[in-house]
Design a protein around this ligand. Structure first.
Ligand code: GLC
Length: 747
């Protein structure tokens, strides 16, 4: 038997090797036949004319340029009909090199999943991989070869609107999610239901000064390596086919022209064999940065630094040939970039069949698969975070879950009957989808759940923005008729996302005043907060007895929210970002250093690192989320309390569901390196497990601590684990540590 397995394994490796060899031979043979203009054409990407995800440069000659082999890729071209039309133009070119079609399939294609920050709150890596897998299946059935995802930017500043697109503030969680999403999107590259991933934005884009999009980033190399680069490396380890560089300058050099990032780290140290696409117009924007004087210098800086493909700036199109003729750019650099791109086109099978992904029958089948909506509903429910659930004055029980026998329910707020708002930013705008039918509103979710047993009352109450309170009276009136009130408020879907930085994170308009007015009726109130980022809602958090953070949950939002509201799904989400009390606390993140004068508690401020006018702690901490049940942690055991760097510690503990209903708990393992050659965070997430427990059930949870989990970058950028004492903390959040112990790493 063993011999058969070995032979099969050897055969598989040989076949893979020989396939790669064939691809290399094909790439080299094609390259030899290409003119300089055709080579530069492969480095050129334009948007389709149906949609824009950046400042458009009008080019009426796209079609003729495709036929002349002067464009290698398009983005924002959706559907088999349009991709086939453009591909047919490419097949009229001299060498018939197929186009690559890229698209921002960030959280679903037709079936829309929760925004990535919401999915991150599920801490369910399998669920996130599955949602990316379905997104890839739908997108690839619509002619898309390549998604500009996952976005893996670590973000500690909720003023930055693009926090909605990533996995939050933590490097360990962000790295695990990056890996899962790449695996989900790509599956096996070249398969019919696979799309190339594009890891973005390389690098450190989330650290923009002031949380202002596109702004400068300045940080130590150690911070870059320790906090911001690991998710990119995890995505690369997952086999990511492409990277996208970022708009920001990093320590004074724009990422698009940053040789250290793209050649020294990515293509050098990390040995990345795929290709790098610029962000929209980012090559030409180096002129605005003041890093180059004109488009020609921009092209020189970008190609030299390792940007292989130019998205929408035209810098390569109009300058590279001249730069080669002037011997300022070697043809070897051009050839390297072209080969990286051609390699992927061969790997995808596009030379064998340029229309492989543009099959209308498959598109029809895949884009109407109701199974995908079921998955969307499940992950949406898992993404909801229960922030608060206490019994209101005069009531024994907490409000949630709401009994299905409730007679009269008032549903109030500007987002109750919205449909498309639930899609969040970066949902794919499909021309033929009528969102007003396609997305389950929160009102429809209520009707589906209890429409036959409860009397449902509705009032909008107010708009999301503006100071008009005319709707308050109607809202109060229906609240007074109800047994319970569900208030759905928040942002608009496009108040977070790209170029959506906000200096004020409070609930917009008069929404919190509406909450106060409804609360004043004395009725039990549940508040749903729909947003793409952490918001500030201190009065609500302090006074309303039940709060669910519902983010933007996609196509099945209404059903998923109803599943949680009525207990058909026990909420299990945990915050992937710290929620500030005030903007003045930002940047705020859990894994900070201790400083020389740490505040012992939230109220100390005399000669310690604290605010005199505000508590230090966040309103809601990283890793926080409640459940309808409760979990007891016990029996923490370490196999050793002293280890050498070659050894590992087996950690075990038991978790019991001490409540009355089944539920899931994210058991979080944190470490603290007590003393280091550079200061170390007071707490760092190093592992987690999401477990499901029935009421009364106990499970043993096991972790392994090895040298990798004890390592960090020292002042010389060496990745090392230093001998010394470590604290181990097992928690239900970063601020709810249930079990502690310590151990020593010996020399
Ligand atoms: C945008 C975004 C990037 C996106 C690209 C194409 O400006 O920064 O994330 O993939 O352009 O839409």
């Amino acid at each position: 038997m063993k011999k058969i397995v070995t032979t099969a394994l050897l055969l598989t490796c040989f076949m893979a090797f020989s396939q790669q060899k064939t691809i290399e031979q094909n790439v080299d043979a094609l390259l030899k036949r290409m003119t300089l203009e055709e080579k530069i054409g492969q480095l050129n990407q334009y948007t389709g004319d149906n949609a824009a995800t950046g400042p458009i440069t009008i080019n009426p000659n796209k079609q003729s340029e495709i036929k002349a082999g002067l464009i290698g890729s398009m983005l924002n071209v959706l559907g088999t009909q349009y991709t086939r039309q453009y591909q047919e133009l490419a097949m009229q070119s001299r060498l018939k090199i197929p186009l690559l079609f890229g698209q921002d399939v960030i959280h679903g294609y037709k079936t829309t999943f929760p925004i990535p920050l919401a999915e991150a709150a599920s801490w369910d890596l399998d669920a996130m991989e599955l949602s990316a897998r379905i997104a890839a299946t739908e997108a690839s059935a619509s002619g898309i070869h390549w998604t500009f995802a996952p976005m893996v930017d670590i973000a500690r500043d909720p003023r930055w609107g693009r926090v909605m697109e990533g996995a939050g503030e933590d490097t360990y969680l962000g790295s695990k999610i990056a890996y899962a999403r790449v695996k989900g999107f790509q599956g096996k590259l070249g398969d019919l239901n696979s799309v190339m991933a594009c890891v973005k934005h390389f690098a450190a884009y989330g650290a923009a000064v002031g949380g202002r999009d596109y702004n400068s980033v300045d940080m130590s190399e150690r911070m870059l390596w320790e906090t911001y680069l690991p998710p990119f490396k995890a995505a690369l380890d997952a086999g990511a086919a492409t990277f996208m560089n970022s708009f920001n300058d990093l320590n004074g050099i724009p990422a698009t022209g940053n040789k250290y990032l793209q050649r020294d780290i990515l293509k050098g140290k990390w040995n990345f064999k795929g290709f790098v696409v610029s962000d929209w117009g980012s090559i030409g924007e180096m002129i605005n940065h003041g890093y180059v004087s004109d488009s020609k210098e921009a092209a020189l800086a970008a190609i030299t630094a390792g940007s292989d493909m130019d998205m929408e700036s035209n810098a390569y199109r109009y300058n590279l040939a001249q730069l080669v003729k002037e011997k300022k750019v070697s043809i070897a650099l051009i050839d390297d970039a072209v080969k990286r791109i051609l390699r992927k086109k061969f790997e995808l099978g596009l030379f064998e069949d340029p229309y492989k992904y543009s099959n209308p029958e498959r598109e029809q089948k895949e884009l109407n698969n109701l199974e995908y909506r079921k998955v969307a509903r499940e992950i949406a429910a898992k993404s909801i975070v229960l922030l608060k659930n206490v019994s209101p004055p005069g009531r024994e029980k907490s409000i949630l879950p709401i009994s299905k026998q409730t007679k009269t329910i008032a549903s109030i707020g500007p987002l109750v009957k919205e449909r498309k708002q639930n899609m969040g930013f970066w949902s794919v705008e499909l021309p033929e989808v009528d969102y007003d039918k396609y997305v389950i509103s929160q009102w429809e979710g209520l009707q589906n759940k209890v429409g036959n047993t409860a009397k449902l009352l509705y009032a909008k109450g107010c708009e999301i923005e503006g100071d008009n309170k005319d709707g308050f009276a109607e809202a109060i009136a229906i609240a007074n008729q109800a047994d319970i009130v569900i208030l759905s408020i928040g942002e608009k879907r496009d108040m977070s996302g790209e170029a959506k930085s906000r200096s004020n994170l409070r609930l917009p308009g008069v929404q919190e005043e509406l909450i106060k007015a409804i609360q004043a009726t004395g009725k039990p109130v549940v508040v749903l907060i729909n947003a793409g980022r952490p918001l500030i809602f201190n009065w609500t958090a302090d006074n309303v007895p039940a709060i669910l953070y519902t983010w933007w949950l996609g196509s099945e939002a209404g059903n998923a929210i109803a599943d949680v509201l009525f207990g058909d799904y026990n909420p299990s989400g945990k915050l992937p970002m710290s929620f500030p009390r005030e903007e003045g606390q930002i940047p705020i993140y859990y894994n900070h250093f201790n400083t020389g004068r740490p505040a012992k508690n939230d109220n100390e401020s005399n000669y310690v690192s604290a605010y005199t006018d505000l508590k230090n702690s966040p309103k809601f901490p990283f890793g926080y989320g409640l459940s309808y049940t409760s979990f007891e942690y016990s029996n923490l055991k370490l196999s050793k309390n002293k280890i050498k760097s070659t050894e590992k510690i087996e950690v075990s503990l038991t978790v019991t569901n001490s409540g009355k209903v089944a539920g899931e708990e994210v058991v979080q393992l944190y470490l603290r390196d007590k003393v280091g050659s550079v200061v170390r965070p007071i707490i760092e997430l190093k592992d987690f497990q999401k477990i499901k427990l029935n009421s009364g059930e106990t499970k043993t949870v096991k972790f392994i601590i090895n040298k990798e989990k004890l390592s960090f970058y020292n002042a010389n950028l060496q990745w090392i684990a230093e001998p010394g004492d470590f604290d181990i903390m097992i928690g239900s959040s970063s601020a709810d540590i249930r079990l502690r112990d310590s151990f020593e790493l010996m020399n």
